[in-house]
Write a protein of this length. Sequence first.
Length: 234
Amino acid sequence: MLKFENCSIGHEQRLYEILSLELKQGEFVALIGANGSGKSTLMDSLVQGKFSNGKVSFEGQDWNDLKLLARARKITLVDNHFLGFDYLKVSEYLELGRHSYTGFTGRLSQEDKSIIQKYIQTLHLDSLLDQSTSTLSDGERQRVGIAKALIQETPIVLLDEPTAFLDYPTKREVMSLLGSIAKESKRLVIIASHDIDFCIEFCSRILVIEKNSKTLQSHQSINHDELVKQAFGI
Ligand SMILES: Nc1ncnc2c1ncn2[C@@H]1O[C@H](COP(=O)(O)OP(=O)(O)OP(=O)(O)O)[C@@H](O)[C@H]1O
């Protein structure tokens, strides 16, 4: 589905290489690496379709060649930086998730409405719909962000540290939910995370930015000690 060949990841300086990697639909993938190793950079490069060398392709098509709207229908990113706006209610924020289908009029079709409703149920957001996005708790904001991403119905969903700020049971709930979504709706879900043990438990594949070789290594299974050694060199 999403294939990388000989790609260098980084801004002004090269952070690491992805020599050969193919990610498939239905996979729940964790991206693990030290602070500053380049997890968000990879996610941003995917969202922006900007790979300066090597080749990234999606179902055979060059990823860099996709036009903005085509890419917006294929990939979405949930990051932790959105803190909400006083004037933006949760219901309105969720509706923005259909933007790449409604265009500038923002008029929702029946299908758009039923997709939004489906994820309101899945993420238990009924009681929050009229609340301002600026007053949500961290856990609530995380659930709202995930719902908005799923409402976009893209085949690839990226989440930058989706379990940061969450309490233990909510972390488990979110990881389990993301795993089910990947499997049941056959999406490729990729998370950047520092919650190593949750990733080992819930993810179907672990990608590690190896500290020493500066390459991305893929594992179907890996234990805690080996993962720590690869990612942090300790
Ligand atoms: N727009 C940018 N221009 C230049 N350098 C950048 C830019 N964004 C990030 N960097 C640098 O790229 C490196 C990787 O940053 P990135 O945010 O991808 O790391 P990360 O693995 O997500 O880190 P963390 O775990 O701390 O969130 C850092 O050294 C950062 O300072």
